[in-house]
Write a protein that binds this ligand. Structure first.
Ligand code: F6R
Length: 256
């Protein structure tokens, strides 16, 4: 895993935006996996400012709450269109966000996987991380080989996500989420984590054992995973001096 530590979320998001921009310039019909939540907001703002051409890009979002109408402000449909997709020239038909209102969830999840395959697979998957180490909404004890499916949220995640709702009791119990196996098939992974409340999950993910109890730790097995952190999220890592040295001494051809 490549660990990139920046002074603050603004600088870290700038680097993440450069990775995405570089991919889109090299591959105008790239397939991106996208995340919601507080963490990628600055990245999306920066990508809007970059004025890239999104007309041939395809996107797949990681997850959506089950039972929330897409028009509700807390739905990930609203989040994605409001914070990002309405501000770029992406074709609506190329945007895929799980439908939390479908009747036949297993059938929908199978088709979501097929759509990802038919698009040629995900080139770059953007991830956040939960305080309990979840990626997508693959909570602790999720199968490390899981595919897109319905998943119950832990109380901790419902508490963390309550800030987007009036109160915790309104946070749905279930989501549709890409599986860990689905995420691991992305050709590149870009995980962002900011703030000291993520520092425990980040340290366990980078320097702890691979375990389903900390789902993000599976990224140690990914051949091209980058974690872009602010100082606070990196605070519990032991080898920060080494990670910083590696990043600062990259050969020119590896720099973004
Ligand atoms: C969101 C997602 C989640 C979030 C994670 C962190 O689509 O898949 O894994 O990335 O819960 O959320 P924030 O960024 O709000 O701290």
């Amino acid at each position: 895993m490549e660990i990139i530590i920046q002074a603050n979320p603004e600088a870290a998001s700038g680097i993440a935006a450069r990775f995405v921009a570089r991919l889109l310039r090299a591959k105008p019909d790239a397939v991106l996996g996208l995340a919601t939540g507080s963490t990628p907001l600055r990245l999306y703002r920066k990508l809007v400012q970059e004025k890239l051409d999104w007309s041939r890009v395809t996107t797949f979002n990681l997850d959506e709450y089950v039972g929330l109408e897409p028009g509700r402000p807390q739905s990930y449909h609203s989040f994605m269109w409001g914070n990002f997709l309405h501000h770029i020239n992406i074709a609506k038909k190329n945007v895929h966000i799980p439908d939390g209102q479908v009747q036949d969830i297993p059938d929908f999840c199978r088709r979501y996987e097929e759509q990802i395959r038919a698009a040629g697979g995900i080139d770059l998957q953007v991830l956040g991380i939960g305080t309990d180490g979840h990626i997508g909404f693959n909570e602790p004890a999720s199968s490390l080989a899981s595919r897109t499916r319905i998943k119950p949220l832990t109380n901790r995640t419902r508490r963390d996500n309550a800030l987007f709702f009036e109160n915790e009791s309104q946070v749905p119990h279930h989501v549709i989420t890409m599986g860990i196996g689905t995420i691991m098939e992305a050709r590149e992974i870009l995980l962002l984590a900011f703030g000291k409340n993520k520092s425990g999950a980040v340290a366990r993910t980078v320097e702890g054992p691979i375990t389903a109890m900390n789902p993000a730790s599976v990224l140690q097995m990914h051949p091209a995973a980058k974690m872009v952190l602010d100082k606070a999220a990196a605070a519990k890592l032991k080898k920060t001096a080494y990670y910083r040295w590696v990043y600062e001494n990259k050969p020119d051809w590896q720099k973004v």
